[in-house]
Design a protein around this ligand. Structure first.
Ligand SMILES: [Zn+2]
Length: 290
C-alpha cells in the first residue's frame, strides 16, 4: 500500500547520491528518524528545496513511498521556522552540529519522540537568537539523555551510597560519587560542583542563562558529552570542533581538551563498543569501585 504523510522535520545528515540527488536523514516530530531520497535536488534549485534543506530550519515535509517497505521520497519541503543566524557564528554552529550528531546517532529509526523533537527545535531557536552555546547545549543534552531513558542517579554516591559532598560523576555508572570515595580516582571521574549538581538535578528548560557560571557549564557539558559517547559506543565526532570553538571564543581551558576519552574509555582510548561492553567488566585494569 502506498504511503504518504506530512510532518515537521529537522535535517540530521545529507549524503550526495548519484549526480543530482541527496539522501537525507531527518528527525521528524511524529514519525521519528526517517531517511528520504530527495531527487534532482543538487542539480536544480528552482523550487528552493536545496536551500530549505541546507540549514537548521524546521521544515514541513511531505514524504511518500510506493509501499511501506520502499524508500521514502521527499515530495515537498517548506521552511516553517527559519534559523538563518545560527550558522554565522562558529561556536553556535559547532553546538548545533553536536546536537545534530546526538540526534542522528542516538535516536532509533521510526521511533517518534515529540518531546525530543520539540526540545531540539527550542534549543536551535535559542542558538539562533544568540544565546551562549556553552550554556544552552549541556542543558539540552542533559534533558535529551533523560527523555531517551538514560537518566543519571544523583540520590547517593555510587560507592558508599551517601549523599554528602558529591564532588565527582562516574560516566560508567551514570551516578555521582562523593569526595572521600572519588578523590583517589579523581583522574578517571569528572568533577561536579554545586552548580553542576543543581543543573543536573533540575534539568530545567529553557536554562537560566545567567544562573550558571561558564566554568560550571563546561563541566556540565563534559558530563553530558561523555554520557552520550558511552551511549553511542564511541566519541562524538563533533565534540572536538565544539571544544576548539569554545577554547577560541568565550571559554578557554585547553588543559581539558584531550582528557575525556581517557577518563571514559581507559588509557587506550578505545570505546567500550570496540572493546566489547561487559567483557570482564573491567575498565583499564584498576579496581575502580565507582
Ligand atoms: Zn562515597
Amino acid at each position: 500500500m502506498a504511503v504518504r504523510w506530512v510532518d515537521q522535520g529537522l535535517v540530521l545528515d545529507r549524503i550526495a547520491f548519484r549526480e543530482s540527488s541527496l539522501v537525507l536523514r531527518m528527525l521528524t516530530r511524529t514519525h521519528g528518524k526517517q531517511t528520504f531520497m530527495a531527487r534532482g535536488i543538487r542539480k536544480n534549485n528552482r523550487d528552493g528545496r536545496r536551500s530549505v534543506l541546507a540549514g537548521f530550519h524546521t521544515v514541513e515535509i511531505e514524504g511518500s513511498a510506493r509501499s511501506e517497505a520502499a524508500m521514502l521520497v521527499l515530495t515537498r519541503a517548506e521552511i516553517i521556522r527559519a534559523r538563518h543566524h545560527l550558522p554565522l557564528q562558529g561556536a553556535t554552529l559547532a553546538a548545533a552540529q553536536v546536537l545534530q550528531e546526538t540526534l542522528n546517532r542516538l535516536t532509533a529509526d521510526a521511533d517518534p519522540c515529540p518531546g525530543v523533537f520539540d526540545l531540539s527545535a527550542s534549543c536551535l531557536d535559542l542558538l539562533d537568537a544568540g544565546a551562549p552555546p556553552l550554556i544552552v547545549l549541556p542543558f539540552c543534552l542533559g534533558r535529551i539523555i533523560h527523555l531517551m531513558g538514560y537518566g543519571w542517579r544523583l540520590d547517593g554516591c555510587a560507592a558508599c551510597g551517601r549523599l554528602e559532598d558529591p564532588a565527582f560523576f562516574s560516566v560508567k555508572r551514570q551516578q555521582i560519587v562523593c569526595r572521600p570515595c572519588g578523590t583517589p580516582y579523581a583522574q578517571r571521574l569528572l568533577p561536579v560542583t554545586e552548580g553542576v549538581f543543581l543543573a543536573m538535578h533540575r534539568l530545567n528548560w529553557p536554562p537560566d542563562l545567567l544562573g550558571i557560571p561558564l566554568p560550571d557549564a563546561y563541566l556540565y557539558y563534559r558530563i553530558t558529552i561523555n554520557c552520550l559517547a558511552r551511549m553511542a559506543g564511541g566519541p562524538l565526532l563533533t565534540d572536538g570542533p565544539f571544544r576548539a570553538m569554545m577554547a577560541k571564543s568565550q571559554f578557554s581551558n585547553t588543559q581539558e581538551q584531550t582528557d575525556d576519552r581517557q577518563g571514559t574509555f581507559g588509557n587506550s582510548g578505545v570505546s567500550p563498543m570496540q572493546r566489547g561492553i561487559g567483557a570482564g567488566g573491567k575498565e583499564g585494569g584498576t579496581g575502580l569501585p565507582c
